[in-house]
Design a protein around this ligand. Structure first.
Ligand code: 7RM
Length: 671
């Protein structure tokens, strides 16, 4: 009775109500969102004292986009002023041409002269419960000492430095030290495997790796140095490995190559001249998944990036001098770069860094931090909010959360149920919620409410920020005034990516070819009659698993790498907590015995190749995959099967019988 089972599965999903709009299924998603009529205007008290109180910024930007961004750039400290605001030759943008500045100088030095000298820059909480506070003055000295240490190792302007660290203050210090001397950092999330690290080091041609002996995660030790050793074995260009001592973890230090962080900084001067960087000099590269198996190194530069992140931090989070700002991301992602380190520090804010898991030692860890540090602004991801919902409101209820005044969301569409829960149980029905849409590539938030101005609607990121020209277009690239389509950006913005490291052709192809002259985001969106944007998820083969980007191809390559696997096709399926769960359809090589543990073995292989975040939720073994006559795997049909839906159009299949066999097989394996 395969059909009954599919229907039951469908019912279960909709009853849970928590699944966000699935990618590639815009129709029901649009229908669900159209029912969303709840309006949340800013409270009069909030609006009265907000950083942005009216629509003057929108009007200023509409009147003259370049002058508008130039005014924002002028809020930074420049060593030499630019002579041209924007040089735009699709797809190459240069912002603040001729200007010179230093990002570390803007994030640290300019705050140590006045009242912020002894203000907390970083409030850090380690997973085991240890805490550290770094004032701006502390940060100044630490950054300079480490920057001098890097120089002594021979790191120079333009050199790439890979960073593979736990969430400790030294991660931010390493980033700022690179920025100070003009080195290009490439932070790799500590949850990635040794192989993923190796690939990123090789691609970026880094000559130094900064890591730690380990880090704490759910009470166990993240073996960072061990994995770094594995990676570096195959990276001939790495000359030095700097190791921060986080715990008392046993590590092997290779004579001549490996250096303890504390030895590197020992005896270094507290002052280090900030390298005057050209506005378009590289600040960092950060790898993100595209639609192929090979992650791309997104390139960000100096002046525009800092201008965009600084302004948006202030507007969207309504950042004020006395705020304690807590973003729960990891610095290994763009959110950590832009909204834990650069945006908040450039504004002279107090930014919280937490090392560990949200449910360690218990499910109230974030709320304990909010209470103990008096957090006023809290920024997290919908996947985390859905986990809080599942754990129950008793966990936040144990804590005094009255310091909170604004909440944020990022990483995927926030479903209205999660929005309402966040509003009620964390925000006490008074904190505005900012749903912020952006990408690794955009560098800065592009679509979000201004909390003192915008009327929020649960599930909508609302409108493009001042200075951002976003549009929803149809297949032909024509504007869809009201309705669904593809999300594009029609005008350049300061923090936009400047390319893909080492691959200008892929840059053009990926973002600028589908609609000539326009940036294609890869996201579907709907615009309603009030001009609000409702994000509908990816329209390409990129999955968003618990707010992390992964391509189906990446996971497929990892599976096919296993000696028993002949072929693999990976799809995303709607998941209550993670947004998307990974489902893999795998054919085993002929003659290979199906060992009983093959499924676990395959999952473990993916973890080895990519990291835990890519572990498939389910693997279906199958004799064949549905293919077109030209041999293309029809993932659309596999997604239907994985989601228990009626399977769509099969007329282009080479062998339509495959689907019936697969469905039977799948449902057998499920039960
Ligand atoms: C910041 C970040 C980017 C992709 C993007 C979207 C999705 C992010 C939202 C969202 C709906 C949001 N960078 N996305 N934020 N979808 N509403 N507020 O996540 O490069 O890792 O991912 O994430 O699909 O294209 S990212």
């Amino acid at each position: 009775m395969p059909d009954d089972k599919g229907a039951a599965r469908r019912k279960k999903r909709s009853a849970s109500g928590a699944a966000p709009p699935a990618a590639n299924a815009p129709e029901p998603a649009i229908a669900a969102l159209l029912d969303e009529n709840r309006l949340y205007p800013p409270s009069p008290e909030f609006a009265k004292s907000a950083q942005v109180r009216d629509d003057a910024l929108y009007r200023e930007a509409d009147a003259d986009l370049e002058a508008f961004w130039a005014s924002r750039a002028a809020e930074l400290d420049w060593f030499v002023k630019w002579h041209k605001v924007l040089d735009w030759n699709v797809p190459d943008a240069k912002w603040f041409v001729g200007g010179k500045l230093n990002v570390a100088y803007n994030c640290v030095d300019r705050h140590i002269r006045g009242a912020r000298r002894n203000k907390a820059a970083i409030l850090w909480v380690g997973e085991p419960g240890d805490r550290r506070t770094l004032t701006y003055w502390d940060l100044y000295r630490e950054v300079n000492r480490f920057a001098n240490g890097l120089k002594k190792l021979g790191v120079k302007k333009g050199d790439r430095v890979a960073v593979y660290m736990p969430m400790v203050p030294e991660l931010a210090i390493a980033m700022l030290a690179c920025a100070r001397i003009g080195a290009v950092h490439s932070v790799v999330f500590g949850g990635f495997s040794a192989e993923s690290l190796r690939d990123r080091i090789l691609d970026s041609e880094a000559k130094v790796l900064i890591t730690a002996d380990g880090g704490y995660r759910r009470g166990t030790i993240l073996p960072l140095k061990h994995d770094a050793d594995e990676a570096v074995k195959q990276c001939p260009l790495i000359e030095h490995v700097v190791v921060f001592k986080r715990g008392d973890f046993q590590v092997h230090m290779k004579e001549g190559r490996d250096h303890w962080w504390h030895r590197i900084v020992d005896g270094q001067s507290d002052d280090c001249w900030p390298e005057p960087m050209d506005s378009e000099d590289l600040l960092f590269t950060l790898y993100t998944s595209g639609t192929t198996g090979k992650p791309k190194g997104i390139v960000h530069t100096t002046g525009g990036y800092l201008t965009g992140t600084t302004a948006t931090t202030k507007w969207v989070f309504d950042l004020r001098e006395e705020d304690v700002y807590f973003c729960t991301a990891d610095c290994g992602w763009i959110t950590g770069h832009s909204y834990i380190v650069y945006g908040p520090l450039a504004n002279g804010a107090t930014t919280v860094m937490y090392e560990g898991a949200p449910d360690w030692p218990d499910k109230d860890r974030f709320w304990q931090i909010v209470e103990e540090l008096g957090v006023t602004i809290f920024y997290t991801a919908p996947t985390a909010i859905r986990a809080f919902m599942k754990w129950g409101p008793e966990w936040p209820a144990k804590h005094r959360l009255t310091s909170l005044r604004l909440l944020g969301s990022v990483g995927e569409p926030i479903n209205p149920e999660a929005w309402m829960w966040y509003h009620k149980h964390i925000g006490a029905e008074t904190c505005p919620i900012v749903d912020t849409w952006w990408q690794t590539e955009t560098g800065m938030i592009l679509i979000a409410p201004l909390p003192g101005v915008t009327v929020a609607r649960p599930g909508s990121a609302t409108r493009p920020l001042p200075g951002i020209v976003a549009d929803v277009v149809d297949e032909k690239g024509e504007t869809v005034d009201v309705g669904g389509g593809y999300l594009v950006l029609r005008k350049p913005w300061p923090a936009m990516l400047r390319g893909i490291w080492g691959d200008p052709e892929r840059f053009r192809q990926n973002y600028w070819s589908r609609f000539p002259g326009v940036y294609f985001t890869g996201d579907g969106a709907k615009r309603d009659k009030d001009g609000y944007f409702w994000l509908l998820g990816r329209v390409d083969d990129v999955m968003n698993v618990a707010g992390h980007r992964l391509s189906t191809m990446e996971v497929e390559s990892a599976l096919v790498d296993h000696p028993s696997v002949a072929e693999a096709a990976v799809v995303g399926r709607a998941h209550e907590l993670k947004g998307t769960a990974i489902v893999a359809f795998v054919t085993i090589r002929e003659g290979r015995e199906h060992a009983a543990a093959i499924l676990d073995d395959l999952k473990e292989h993916v973890v080895q190749k990519i990291g835990k975040i890519a572990k498939p939720d389910e693997i279906i073994l199958t004799a064949d995959l549905p293919k077109t006559r030209s041999g293309k795997i029809m993932r659309r049909l596999l997604r239907d099967i994985a989601e228990g839906k009626a399977v769509g159009d099969t007329t282009t299949l080479a062998d339509p019988g495959v689907i019936a066999r697969l469905k039977t097989k799948y449902e057998d394996q499920e039960s």
